[in-house]
Design a protein around this ligand. Structure first.
Ligand code: SF4
Length: 331
């Protein structure tokens, strides 16, 4: 009988994000610091270790949702095998990708049983893509999104909205949902180590809805109680759009998410400043369950114990941030 992982704020955790690699083939400004170094292969969890840890969370603690993430998970040569292992578990499985290499793995992922993809795309402009990702690739990504959608994958398109960078494209992303059963998610720009975050660069949830509402009427949809996104639909359109408002309206009260980094460190929050090394203990043949339970009990009520990301708190937030950049936490 599984025993749910409950923290001291009575939140039950059923969702696990597993980063299976820390490196990425893009260098998005809001995610990867200029001087980022990557782990050595032997520091990464092996396929078997990922399987062992995932199975423990599922069988012992009743985790029923797993998302594979990175860095860029499709850079792992055994990614399809890892998906096959996860599909064996009684979970809803998803994968987050920048889709740069999706054409190489799409058939394998689909045959292995994967149906849910979260794809990062912040612009429809190839020039701007190069500025944000610090590398060319827009057409590769866009063509791969269409390929995956045509193949029957459920696509969530994640756009990190940055004021003065790409906020002028919000309507174009909403427009995409008219004839396409795609779910666009606008993400408020969040502070992470090395991403030059400033509160003034955040295009807020309220501004996004105001911007969209200036052209379209839309209806609020019912959100899953643990969802990170607040969803909407333009009536009669095929797809939906949503906002992830961690900066202006954090949603920690119902958080059910835990994370494992590519080197097997457990984080009880996206903004956690403490981590628990599960992999070293596992490699020593120790029981990692007490470590997992202690990590969950130590979870802060919100934002990993950081102050809310208000303008007047900016300095404190930037000072207290975890040293781990977004690229090695995973979306
Ligand atoms: S900031 Fe942390 S506690 Fe809040 S919703 Fe995100 S992961 Fe959960």
């Amino acid at each position: 009988m599984s025993q749910p992982l409950t923290d001291r704020h009575s939140r039950i955790h059923r969702s696990l994000r597993i980063s299976i690699v820390d490196k990425c083939d893009l260098r998005c400004t809001y995610c990867m610091p200029e001087d980022q170094h990557f782990l050595k292969r032997e520091e990464l969890m092996t396929r078997e270790e990922i399987g062992t840890i995932a199975r423990l969370f599922v069988e012992r603690y009743g985790v029923n949702k797993i998302r594979l993430t990175g860095g860029e998970p499709l850079l792992r040569p055994d990614v399809v095998d890892i998906v096959r292992d996860m599909i064996e578990l009684p979970v809803s499985l998803g994968l987050t990708t920048n889709a740069m290499n999706l054409h190489k793995h799409l058939d394998g992922l689909y045959e292995a049983g994967l149906r849910k993809l979260n794809v990062s795309l912040d612009t429809f402009d190839a020039e701007r893509f190069r500025t944000i990702a610090r590398r060319d690739g827009y057409w590769t990504v866009w063509n791969n999104v269409r390929r995956a959608h045509d193949k029957g994958m459920r696509i969530k398109l994640n756009m990190v909205v940055m004021r003065g960078v790409n906020d002028d494209e919000i309507l174009r992303f909403v427009q995409l949902t008219e004839h396409n059963d795609i779910h666009v998610r606008f993400i408020e720009f969040m502070p992470f180590a090395g991403n030059h975050w400033g509160r003034e660069r955040v295009y807020t949830y309220a501004e996004m809805l105001g911007h969209i509402g200036s052209v379209y009427s839309f209806e609020k949809l019912t959100d899953d109680p643990h969802s990170t996104a607040k969803a909407y639909r333009v009536p009669g359109w095929s797809g939906t759009f949503a906002v992830i408002s961690t900066v202006t309206e954090p949603f920690c009260g119902n958080c059910d998410r835990l994370r494992i980094t590519a080197e097997g460190k457990m984080r009880n929050c996206l903004f956690a400043r403490e981590e628990t090394d599960l992999l070293s203990a596992l490699r020593r043949g120790e029981d990692i369950a007490p470590l997992i339970e202690a990590n969950v009990l130590a979870k802060h009520a919100m934002l990993g114990g950081l102050p809310q990301f208000k303008p007047e708190k900016q300095e404190e937030v930037l000072h207290d941030l975890s040293a781990r950049p977004m690229v090695s936490i995973g979306g």
